[in-house]
Design a protein around this ligand. Structure first.
Ligand code: FAD
Length: 312
């Protein structure tokens, strides 16, 4: 039986692996369905990890993380986990090849991915003016004009965040009413740099070799067309959490989850199931930043070491 199984090899999973192995656990396996590194490997520029002054691609940034973990004894199994189940006082990891692996404790760090709008031009300019994270990329548009697509809390909050950095923020939403909380919406309306454009949809994200240059928009009430010039567009229409490993055969969930399908954890990354920890973008209220996911992974590993020590 493993001492610790880590599901997912992004910043949270790798950081958990580092702390678990350096902390003395012997049988630690990280199950990752693809190359370790996580979502950030799809980013062309990463410049907000404290202490790393050099701007790197997400892929280059993450490569040393796995090397460092493997040096301390973390084992990597390239496998997709279908489900994590509870059995007596331990866990069973079910892999997509039907193999089952038992473990005393489990850290789930399967992350997620931002939802895409599938608008024409989105794929072409993804990472070249189209972004899903204002905290990550807002600074690249200092004193420039940007647009935000979305109508929920994230879209409105990130518009307020961007208004502090950019010269203008056009908030585009397909309905006149917003899902965002009234308080957040009021704050956004008081922000002079934010222009509300509703009920509009994006017909096309336009650009050239330098990246995004503008948007073709359609008024969804009267079908009139409009073009605006922007240097960037933030698509903030939701986030898919990879929580399928927590769903049991009868449809119930292994641990308590909130209305967004995120795992409910405390500050030790403990779920309501003893020995089961969740770290990174899969947990409730995750800031969705590499540094935060890494910190969660370290915290979860320290909690797992403590759990195993007290359940010998
Ligand atoms: C385009 C882009 C740009 C970004 N830019 C920045 C930035 O500049 N700065 C910043 O701080 N953050 C940035 N982020 C956010 C950051 O990447 C995430 O917050 C962070 O990667 C979350 O780490 P995680 O380990 O929780 O999850 P993830 O990075 O999502 O890693 C989860 C891992 O689990 C694996 N996995 C999922 N399901 C299974 C399964 N069933 N079995 C086995 N393995 C599984 C996945 O393959 C993946 O490798 C960006 C994100 C994106 C998408």
């Amino acid at each position: 039986m493993l001492e610790l199984a880590i599901i997912g090899g992004g910043p949270a999973g790798l950081s958990a692996g580092l702390y678990a192995t350096r902390g003395g656990l012997k049988e630690v396996v990280m199950f990752e369905k693809g190359m370790p590194g996580g979502q950030i490997t799809s980013s062309s520029e990463m410049e907000n990890y404290p202490g790393v002054a050099e701007v790197k691609s997400g892929f280059d940034f993450m490569m040393p993380w796995q090397e460092q973990c493997f040096r301390f004894g973390l084992k990597h199994e390239m496998a997709e986990v279908v489900r994590v189940k509870r059995k007596d006082n331990h866990f069973v990891i079910v892999l997509s090849n039907q193999q089952e692996v038992e473990s005393k404790a489990v850290i789930i760090a399967t992350g997620g991915s931002p939802k895409r709008s599938n608008v024409k031009g989105e794929d072409v300019y993804w990472g070249k003016g189209v972004s899903s994270c204002a905290t990550c990329d807002g600074f690249f548009y200092k004193n420039k004009e940007v647009a935000v697509l979305g109508g929920g809390d994230t879209a409105v909050e990130e518009s307020i965040y961007l208004a502090k950095i950019c010269s203008k923020v056009t908030l585009i939403h397909r309905r006149n009413a917003f899902r965002a909380s009234p308080v957040t919406l009021e704050r956004a309306k008081k922000e002079e740099k934010i222009e509300f454009l509703t009920p509009y949809g994006i017909e096309e994200i336009c650009g050239d070799a330098s990246g995004v240059t503008g948007l073709k928009l359609k008024n969804l009430e009267n079908e009139s067309l409009k073009e605006i010039k922007v240097d960037g567009i933030f698509v903030l229409i939701g986030f898919n959490v990879n929580n399928s490993v927590l769903i049991q055969e009868d449809g119930s969930t292994l641990c308590a989850m909130n209305e967004y399908g995120q795992a409910i954890v405390n500050l030790k990354m403990e779920t309501n199931i003893p020995g089961l920890f969740v770290a990174g973008d899969l947990r409730m209220d995750a800031p969705k930043q590499v540094v935060c996911a890494a910190a969660d992974g370290a915290t979860a590993a320290l909690s797992a070491i403590d759990f195993i020590e007290h359940h010998k």
